[in-house]
Ligand binder design. Structure first.
Ligand code: GLY
Ligand code: MN
Ligand code: MN
Length: 440
């Protein structure tokens, strides 16, 4: 399972076919990042760079030169160095890179300044992701400046700069069968983590103990990192959208909101479940839960090719506003509450986002100012929620501090949708049954 060299090559061909004639595309690997003093954060390749190469090392630059007779795909990477490898591990090196990555040429990264002018020279435009990496921005500008300084004797430097992002991200937005398989695998691993955390939850435990269950399930199955910091929020903490300190004690009447997903082979999952610490929902928790669950169901039903990206969101807003109105938590007419967005007091985020190599994945949501249409191969999260502020004195105490989100990853298919994150208890009955059947 994974992305084959053939698919990486196809992606490069496709991006090059979308570039204007006489252009060069330049990409840089992700920089290494210090956590403290000599200790680095775990290295993760830039998603765009990986998408086009499958190469996972730092200190690399990729040049795409469509139409270049001697070879269109050129990689600059670290040279092999046995002494260094003894400390930092395996380095592929330019020689092996050609065959291993099925590219046309590879050179030591130390030689990039010297070689790249020859590749840029005579080109009309440069595609690259400007403004994202200061070091790379400076590098590209230095190459252009050097060409300008030589322009009296050589051709003028490129006069156009275009963001590569747009072309590339439209490709990344539509997932191939191999990508979908990896996303399903990521979701499957995450499902194990969610099930374990839910099952092992007992009042008195600390939030981080459940985070440990997730982490154990992720790592044990070959995920090298969560796709984002896991959120384990009990009680009032469930109302903090990006809570991740995960240090509080879980109390008996609390709801526990877990928003966690692993990354597997560069593909993310993003899943949320909310469950009662004691294993049984209270009456109020259940009432709110059923609204969120129905909102998710209706939002998912709105996923099909030809519907706008906004359709699932609108479906969720309708269910949530109606539900809160029926419980007396909102007052007024349904249509006015929706129009004035008063529901945002309890449901303040959108229903989802693209997901892929990045958890909040690339790809435009609007085209020419209008919500784009869903197409087969797109993957979006569907994650409605209701969060009732613990300090909202204008409503009855019994509702305060209830925070519920339910999130799944959903693929747009030719005829509708397919949920990729399956097998995790979701209905009230499923959750209560799962929690009452303790496994060790
Ligand atoms: N876990 C981040 C999100 O749901 O968007
Ligand atoms: Mn999430
Ligand atoms: Mn999400």
């Amino acid at each position: 399972m994974g992305i084959t060299n053939r698919e990486f090559k196809k992606r490069r061909k496709e991006i090059m076919s979308r570039m204007e004639p006489n252009s060069i595309g330049l990409l840089s690997s992700a920089p290494e990042c210090l956590r403290n003093n000599d200790a680095e954060y775990q290295y993760r390749q830039n998603s765009d760079f990986y998408y086009l190469t499958g190469f996972t090392e730092p200190h690399a630059i990729l040049a795409l030169v469509p139409g270049r007779e001697q070879g269109e795909v050129i990689l600059f990477c670290r040279e092999k160095n046995e002494e260094k490898e003894l400390w930092t591990g395996y380095i592929l090196g330019p020689e092996a890179a050609i065959d291993s990555l099925k590219i046309d040429d590879a050179y030591p990264i130390e030689d990039v300044d010297e070689i790249i002018s020859g590749l840029i020279e005579g080109k009309d435009r440069i595609y690259y992701s400007m403004g994202r990496d200061d070091h790379f921005d400076r590098q590209v500008m230095t190459w252009v400046k050097n060409l300008r300084n030589n322009a009296k004797v050589g051709p003028p430097p490129p006069s156009e700069f275009q963001v590569l992002d747009h072309l590339l991200h439209e490709l990344r937005l539509i997932k191939s069968p191999a990508e979908i398989k990896l996303m399903e695998k990521a979701a499957k691993i995450s499902a194990e983590g969610h099930k374990a955390a839910m099952n092992r939850c007992v009042p008195g435990a600390k939030e981080y103990e459940l985070e440990a269950e997730l982490q154990y399930a992720f790592t044990r199955s070959g995920s090298r990192s969560p796709a984002y910091q896991s959120i384990v929020g009990a009680g009032d903490n469930a109302c903090v959208l990006h809570y991740n300190s995960n240090k509080a004690e879980i109390k008996k009447g609390d709801l526990v909101l877990i928003d966690a997903g692993c990354e597997y082979e560069y593909y993310a999952s993003d899943i949320t479940r909310t469950f009662p610490a004691s294993g049984k929902f209270t009456k109020e928790q259940k009432l709110i839960y059923e609204i969120v669950l129905l909102a998710q169901k209706e939002a998912i039903k709105a996923i099909k090719p030809g519907n706008t990206w906004d359709a699932p969101h609108n479906a969720s807003v309708k269910v949530i506003t109606k539900g809160l109105l029926e419980l007396g938590l909102l007052k007024g007419s349904l249509s006015r509450l929706i129009k004035s967005q008063e529901y945002r007091r309890y449901y303040m985020h959108r229903v989802g986002h693209w997901i892929g190599m990045d958890v909040h994945d690339v790809g435009d949501y609007k085209i020419d100012g209008h919500w784009r249409l869903l197409e087969p191969g797109m993957v979006t999260t569907i994650e409605p929620g209701i969060y009732i502020s613990p300090s909202d004195n204008s409503i009855s105490k019994k509702w305060r501090g209830i925070g519920i989100r339910i999130e799944d990853d959903v693929l747009v298919t030719k005829t509708g949708y397919r949920i990729l994150s399956t097998g995790i208890p979701k209905t009230v009955v499923e959750i209560e049954t799962h929690m009452s059947t303790k496994v060790n």
